[in-house]
Write a protein that binds this ligand. Sequence first.
Ligand SMILES: [Ca+2]
Ligand SMILES: [Ca+2]
Ligand SMILES: [Ca+2]
Ligand SMILES: [Ca+2]
Length: 379
Amino acid sequence: MSDLITMQCEFLSPLRGLKKVSLLPGAYAARLSTFAPSELRRRWASTEGCPYKMKKILLFLILCFMFYCPSVLAQPRTIYELQYTTAADGGSPWAGQVVDCSGGVVTQKFPGYRPKFTIQDPNNPDAWGAIQVKDWMYPFDMYNAVAVGDWVTVQNVLVEEFVGNTTLQYQTAYNPSYTIVSHNNPLPESLYIDPNDIASPVEGPVGEWYVTDHSAERYEHMKLIIDRVMVAEMDLGKARDNYVLQATDDPNIGCWAADYLNIDIPPTSDYHDYVTMGQAFCRVEGILEQYTRPDNGWDYYQLLSISTESFTIEQTADLDDDCDVDLGDLEAFCGYWLAQDCTDPNWCGGSDLTRDESPGMVNGDDFAIVAKYWLKGKR
Ligand SMILES: [Ca+2]
Ligand SMILES: [Ca+2]
Ligand SMILES: [Ca+2]
Ligand SMILES: [Ca+2]
């Protein structure tokens, strides 16, 4: 056996790219596991110099090792590795392969026929940092076990492009597993982007909508914030539940959004109560999802709100109505310092933030609110 393990066979050469090597079967198999199937076939076909019997023995050893020691073979991939792509269609280079993923923090969960959740790796805050996990294994033990804020890793999951979204499919056929590494992690900060960073689709033939700029692919399933937008159109998209969030100062800038993930929408509505035509928001926070069904005339990205907290209509302590809290607001606040005649509706220029009596006054209690929200809304 030891002779077999340490033999120097020409068979090793095409696989390792070396003339003479000695390897334990485990390391050998681990090395092989890093090759794509097509590359393995090519290299196997090129081992003509190796005796057929020896090739069979080596193959047997490798398969034995792969069967008994899968955890040694596994090379966990980061979310970034699974998502990053330069492909024009935005597809993951790992699509179709079964992988382990070092995972990230659960940012939202969505029940359904096949429940799903999103994990985001805070180590990649700017792009390619999040991915969707879908549980196919009834009664959905994994989905039920994980909570928002858990850091979750998954093993033996199929990478699949599902209607435009890179998805880790948790399916019986691949003997998957998961690990909750830790609980109560802070959720990754949402990334401020311009609404135009999520290009809106344009209507091709009537009723068909395709996005021509797929640069938002890098944000797929990440937590994002856009600010200073208003609802400009509704009832768009496949489910007639998409709306346009348009920059309040430029009608040419906007993106598509939807509320189907939102835990606070009324049961009979497609929209959160805040989403009405013309409604302006200081900020809208959400998770980006793609919807691609070219056969049905669709390819677009949509910002999905998560809860009521996803929407900021007015920024608390923003006294000069520019959606942030900074020196301009502090200056306005100081102009009313210790005023004692604050009444509805002006409340001393908004500086009586407590509004707990009428007439009220501007004092330390109000300043505490300014301090609490200081710099909120600043990019
Ligand atoms: Ca995509
Ligand atoms: Ca993707
Ligand atoms: Ca302000
Ligand atoms: Ca007050």
